[in-house]
Design a protein around this ligand. Structure first.
Ligand code: EIS
Length: 209
């Protein structure tokens, strides 16, 4: 069984609200995935994502009945922080987390679509670069872009990456990609819904780090 399919996201309800507890349970499995990628550069990314999740969970646990959906959290923080919002609290943490989730979405979709560098078929640099340019690059100044370049060089081979997605088991490439496609069925709409929520609430910021 694929590590992705073990953590299948739920189908969204018709109003496209994202249940906070289920979302936190789902994303909490992502950081551990970085451990099987080897290089130290991934620990920077792992701790950033971990920090986001910890921050959102801390807010949720203060009052689970009040923060049933992610939108409940954003609206409560908007009320509580006024002018400081949205660059504050779980609103800020989720703003960044969703960009990492978007990166993963584009990377997996690109692999599922069979996009590859014909001259280097066992590299995934074209897929990673595409995801980076679409999801993250515009928010990064040159120092963080250099970290990206280091991560790109340290990126696993395609075969090892697919193996890591399959919990280290040797599965056929087609079987693994079928799992990826299945995972994306609910994952993509969830990421889209979070982006839509940031647009609707006018909570998106475009500063660079
Ligand atoms: C935010 O970080 C914090 O997250 C947020 C708050 O402190 C806020 C203040 O402005 O800053 O500086 C961080 C930024 N986070 C901003 C950068 C960290 C290093 C990023 C290096 C970029 C590398 C890109 C990816 C390379 C990937 C290679 C993949 C090989 C397979 C299945 C792979 C999944 C990879 C997923 C990558 C996600 C990257 C997410 C980076 C997010 C980012 O840019 S707060 O903290 O509010 O919680 O306190």
């Amino acid at each position: 069984m694929s590590v992705l399919l073990d953590n299948q996201f739920r189908e969204l309800p018709p109003d496209k609200s994202v249940d906070t507890k289920i979302f936190l349970d789902n994303v909490s499995h992502i950081p551990a995935f970085f451990d099987c990628l080897g290089s130290k550069v991934f620990s920077i990314i792992k701790s950033d994502i971990n920090g986001n999740i910890t921050k959102i969970r801390a807010v949720y646990l203060k009052d689970p009945a009040k923060y049933v959906t992610l939108q409940d959290i954003l609206e409560a923080e908007r009320e509580a922080h006024q002018a400081e919002w949205p660059k504050v609290g779980a609103t800020l943490a989720l703003m960044w987390l969703k960009r990492g989730l978007h990166f993963i979405q584009i990377l997996l979709q690109s692999l599922a679509d069979g996009e590859r560098d014909e001259n280097n078929p066992n590299l995934i640099r074209v897929n990673i670069t595409k995801a980076y340019e679409q999801a993250l690059k515009r928010y990064h100044g040159w120092i963080v872009q250099k970290i990206f370049n280091a991560a790109l060089l340290a990126a696993p081979y395609r075969s090892n990456f697919l193996k890591a997605l399959s919990k280290g088991e040797e599965v056929k490439e087609e079987e693994c990609l079928a799992n990826v496609r299945q995972f994306l069925v609910n994952y993509t709409p969830t990421v889209d819904a979070i982006y839509q929520m940031y647009t609707n609430l006018n909570a998106e910021l475009d500063y660079t780090v």
